[in-house]
Ligand binder design. Structure first.
Ligand code: WTA
Length: 656
């Protein structure tokens, strides 16, 4: 089994990890999940378990059947009808909680807004009415390209309210990436912001949208929300552009919600796979909300009357969908939302926000924790973090040092840590501690959430019993599982359900210890995880090959202290091109331009030849070894073993 490099690096240390932490007694005594027997109960009848959570939502019509499973196509809460925005907004307002704060929002320059649940409902209704006035109907696709502002959450709920399928594209993606996504889903409308603040600079988003939409004939209108602060953008107003204020602000503040089928699509979210083309992961309504609600409630132990929850993920990623916009809002909790960088103007921006808003639950990524460690212990030490009672991490394996640092310096030995494993495809957290029950270990996501079936299998698909390692698979359907890849059922089947027939292939390597704790080790496919963001090696390779100087390219993820992994490109030039440092920089920028800054390779190595098998497949595993300076693995299937030695030399010259 080939493992991602970070995984290989940490596995030795992981297996010697014997520290463990019991939930503090005071936490356990008040936890939403207190009774360990829920695991057994949920296991015995997982349908009844999930149905008990669905019952806590508001249904226009109750379901006839909990689960219809026609492998690999699941339908949950068959025949049930509901609306996602009603769960997250109307229910709370109707219960008299309209004045509860939904978001304490803070812009990077320091401007701040407070939005209640009533404000969010009004805003979502105005967007919904405005969308209808623009001719958007149930089932139409709307692309959102917006930064971390409350209007993005309003827009998502506004779309959900009328049954429009929304698709958020992270505002750090390039025009090309945005265009590809709009084209794939054939969106009729784009909602965007003109700009946003990042590290003291106003980024121009509207120009990116203009460039993308120029090649998207399906788009009829672009609605632009003004970030204000004189957000100057280079773009000019086009005939299809509408101001957000003109499109939505004058619309009525109420809007009858569309009663959606439990299986009607809610959103499409693109993620990288093992080919050059991103996958449009499709999530539907009833099951998704049920699991987002249940996991928010039990994993984050939400007490909506008193908690202030802060998930630092951008809404452009699935974590922001499930644990900013849907799960916490369905629970009616108060949240913090922040627009900008964690170290602007100083590395204590987060801690200052935690102290000011008395954040009680804080959820972030290991890459951020490693950055905090690097910036120095003095930054969190300056602030009163006594409001915190629970911490979480997500996105990549967390190294035990970072986990322990998080416990000491942020959790001040008091807060349990939930290391949560899940994916864009799974829609909600699947492997995780329950903070009032689980004995945690630094680096382990511990065990499957109640009702979730997980297993490890070997190369042949035989199940590994007890302690051991293998590929992580999921053995039964769960409510928030993806329902497919937009427009490509065959790829859905092939990617997730064919490698080990009947079981969902997650693409992660995993170890299980004697006590049954799961230790996630990273990706086993050609997907890498850079600063908690999924990137496909093939996507970056295609971007490199798109450059006129490049004949061939191979990209691998190599370990990186802060980002976990980082892409390195091996490039073969076309005749007539010289391998110069300027060209290397050009290629790096070309990737950033085509995909977005997050995909920028750490470096580019010019190669005379790439290592290939006799059948012509590039051996990325060997390139990884070269890039890591490791002793080379098995090269017997190589067509020309000399190639690797030469590459190694070139790489080492570059290093020195
Ligand atoms: C990785 C993010 C170890 C994993 C929610 C997975 C993790 C991919 C963890 C999904 C964790 C996520 N421990 N690895 N706690 N959480 N991963 O789709 O490799 O952006 O397959 O979803 O991130 O990334 P995605």
């Amino acid at each position: 089994m080939s493992q991602a490099p970070t995984a290989r690096k940490t596995i030795e240390t992981l297996l010697q990890e014997h520290r463990h932490f019991q939930p503090p007694a005071s936490f356990a005594a008040q936890a939403n999940a207190r009774d360990p027997s829920i695991y057994e109960r949920a296991d015995q009848d997982h349908e009844a378990w999930w149905a008990s959570w669905a019952e806590k939502l508001h249904w226009d019509r109750k379901w006839d059947q909990v689960l219809h499973w026609d492998l690999p196509f699941a339908r949950w809460f068959v025949g049930g009808k509901l609306n996602a925005s009603v769960q997250c907004l109307d229910r709370h307002v109707q219960a008299g909680l309209g004045t509860r704060v939904a978001f304490h929002w803070e812009g990077e320059p320091g401007d701040a807004r407070t939005l209640t649940y009533a404000h969010m409902l009004e805003g979502a209704c105005r967007v919904a009415n405005g969308l209808r006035a623009l001719g958007i109907r149930k089932g139409d696709r709307v692309t959102l390209y917006m930064p971390m502002v409350p209007e993005l959450a309003m827009a998502m709920h506004g779309c959900a309210r009328i049954g429009a399928i929304f698709s958020v594209v992270f505002a750090g993606f390039s025009a090309t990436s945005l265009k590809d996504r709009i084209q794939d889903q054939q969106a009729r409308l784009v909602l965007c912001a003109d700009g946003c603040w990042r590290r003291g600079k106003l980024l121009d988003l509207k120009t990116v949208v203009d460039e993308a939409v120029a090649e998207c004939p399906s788009v009829e209108r672009v609605v632009v929300w003004r970030r204000g602060a004189g957000a100057a953008t280079a773009s000019r107003k086009q005939a299809r552009d509408l101001e957000w204020s003109a499109a939505f602000d004058h619309q009525p503040a109420t809007c009858a919600p569309e009663s959606m089928d439990a299986e009607d699509p809610l959103y499409i979210l693109y993620t990288s796979g093992t080919t050059g083309k991103p996958k449009g992961i499709l999530h539907t309504t009833g099951g998704y909300l049920t699991a987002a609600y249940a996991t928010s409630n039990l994993v984050f132990d939400l007490k909506p009357e008193t908690d202030v929850f802060w998930c630092t993920a951008d809404i452009g990623w699935v974590t922001g969908h499930s644990y900013v916009v849907f799960g916490p809002m369905a629970n009616g909790v108060t949240q913090v939302m922040y627009e900008g960088a964690p170290n602007h103007p100083n590395p204590d921006r987060f801690w200052e926000l935690v102290a000011r808003h008395k954040v009680s639950i804080f959820y972030t990524a290991p890459t951020a924790i490693r950055a905090f460690m690097k910036w120095g212990d003095e930054w969190p030490a300056k602030h009163d973090l006594s409001s915190l009672r629970l911490l979480g991490t997500v996105g990549e394996p967390i190294n035990p040092e970072a986990w322990v640092w998080y416990l000491h310096h942020i959790g001040r030995e008091r807060c349990p840590i939930v290391d949560t494993w899940w994916q864009t495809e799974t829609g909600s957290i699947l492997i995780t501690p329950l903070p009032g029950i689980t004995r945690t270990l630094p680096g382990s996501a511990t065990r499957p959430f109640p009702g979730v079936g997980a297993a490890l299998v070997d190369e042949q698909g035989n199940e590994v019993q007890g302690a051991g390692g293998g590929y992580l698979v999921l053995t039964r359907p769960w409510p928030s599982m993806l329902r497919g890849i937009w427009g490509d059922n065959e790829r859905y089947h092939k990617t997730y359900w064919s490698r080990f027939p009947g079981r969902y292939f997650a693409g992660d390597g995993c170890k299980r210890d004697e006590e049954g704790n799961y230790w996630l080790l990273g990706r086993v496919d050609d997907v890498m995880n850079v600063a908690g963001h999924r990137l496909s090696t093939m996507e970056i390779e295609s971007a490199l090959v798109d450059h006129p100087a490049v004949a061939e390219a191979a990209v691998v993820g190599v370990p990186h202290d802060l980002k976990g992994q980082t892409p390195v490109g091996f490039v073969l030039l076309r005749a007539g091109h010289q391998p110069t440092p300027t060209l290397a920089q050009d290629l790096i920028e070309h990737v950033a331009k085509l995909i977005g800054g997050l995909a920028r390779p750490e470096r580019v190595i010019f190669a005379a030849e790439l290592p290939k098998t006799r059948s012509g497949k590039i051996m990325r595993r060997l390139l990884r070894d070269v890039a890591e300076g490791k002793a080379l693995g098995d090269t017997t299937t190589l067509a020309d073993p000399k190639v690797v030695e030469e590459l190694k030399q070139m790489y080492e010259e570059k290093e020195s």
